[in-house]
Design a protein around this ligand. Structure first.
Ligand SMILES: [Zn+2]
Length: 300
């Protein structure tokens, strides 16, 4: 599943050439992708004729600011891809569900074999409507996260975005210590921390030397500081390498290029291989229906 670094890779790529373009038409061949709308026509009417003014990201969501003040949100789900095409003659990949055609003639296509992803248009709430913003996000001391949640009420519940919401380690510690669940469950709960999934949770916990199943409120101050630093460093590093592309997953950028952070993974997908730090074999266990990878010696 695309996580924060993969979604950020897509965002940065699209920001280079989609901002300023006007959407001429939208073709939808699978209504499930726009399921929040009463019809595909309703979605189309909110998008067609509008110019993309900005492309931002919050958690695993892409947010396209449209002229007129609405926002189009794209969540890639388990296997969604956004792919550029120079025009309708470019062969369409299987599972292409939505095609945006710009007035210039080029296209942006949404492809998703498993159709867990979705697209919707968010309309601003009437002035004065109360909006409940995540208590974790409200702890941020800077960044664009609060403004994004106010602009897109559907995302107001999202927890702290490690890049868009600036937070010091002390406030991060207060969040971690308020939870009694295993630390990996805290890291991957989008209503607490938005953007981290299975791969980066395992990598951050290895980097910080913490086992996935430690109760969050049992972490020491030093461990929480290490984890706070690991999250920002690993996510930044993964973005620098355009995300992670594994054999069984689909992630490619809008030009079809895979990422390269899979070459730098320390534990994820390395069951039975030796830990780069201590030469102990990496273990894999099932934790909440997902594979978890860790070093039994380095992480305690
Ligand atoms: Zn080790």
């Amino acid at each position: 599943m695309p996580e924060l670094p993969e979604v950020e890779t897509v965002r940065a790529s699209l920001a280079r050439d989609v901002i300023g373009k006007k959407i001429k038409s939208v073709s939808i061949t699978n209504g499930r992708i726009v399921r929040r709308h009463k019809s595909a026509k309703d979605f189309r009417s909110l998008v067609e004729g509008h110019t993309v003014k900005s492309i931002q990201r919050l958690g695993k969501n892409l947010i396209f600011g449209l002229d007129g003040g609405n926002h189009m949100v794209i969540h890639l789900g388990m296997s969604g891809q956004l792919l550029r095409a120079s025009g309708p003659k470019d062969p369409k990949p299987k599972h292409t569900h939505v095609v945006f055609t710009f007035v210039q003639g080029d296209e942006l296509r949404y492809v998703d074999p498993r159709t867990f992803g979705e697209l919707y248009v968010s309309v601003p709430l009437p002035e004065g409507t109360p909006l409940e913003i995540s208590k974790f996000a409200r702890l941020a001391i800077g960044g664009d996260g609060l403004a994004l949640r106010k602009a897109v009420p559907e995302l107001a519940h999202l927890g702290l975005d490690p890049l868009e919401d600036q937070i010091g380690w002390d406030r991060f510690a207060a969040i971690v210590r308020s939870r009694t669940t295993p630390i990996k469950a805290v890291l991957t709960d989008q209503d607490i921390i938005a953007g981290i999934g299975n791969i980066y949770a395992d990598e951050c916990l290895f980097n910080a030397g913490i086992r996935y199943d430690r109760p969050a409120d049992s972490l020491s101050t030093i461990e929480i500081r290490r984890l706070h630093r690991a999250i920002s460093e690993i996510l930044a590093d993964a973005i620098k390498h355009n995300g992670t592309t594994l054999d069984d997953e689909q992630f490619v950028d809008p030009d079809g290029n895979p990422g390269s952070f899979q070459n730098f993974l320390q534990v994820y997908n390395r069951e039975g291989q030796l830990c780069f730090q201590c030469r102990t074999p990496i273990e894999r266990v099932m934790f909440r229906q997902r594979s978890t990878y860790f070093c039994p010696k380095c992480q305690n």
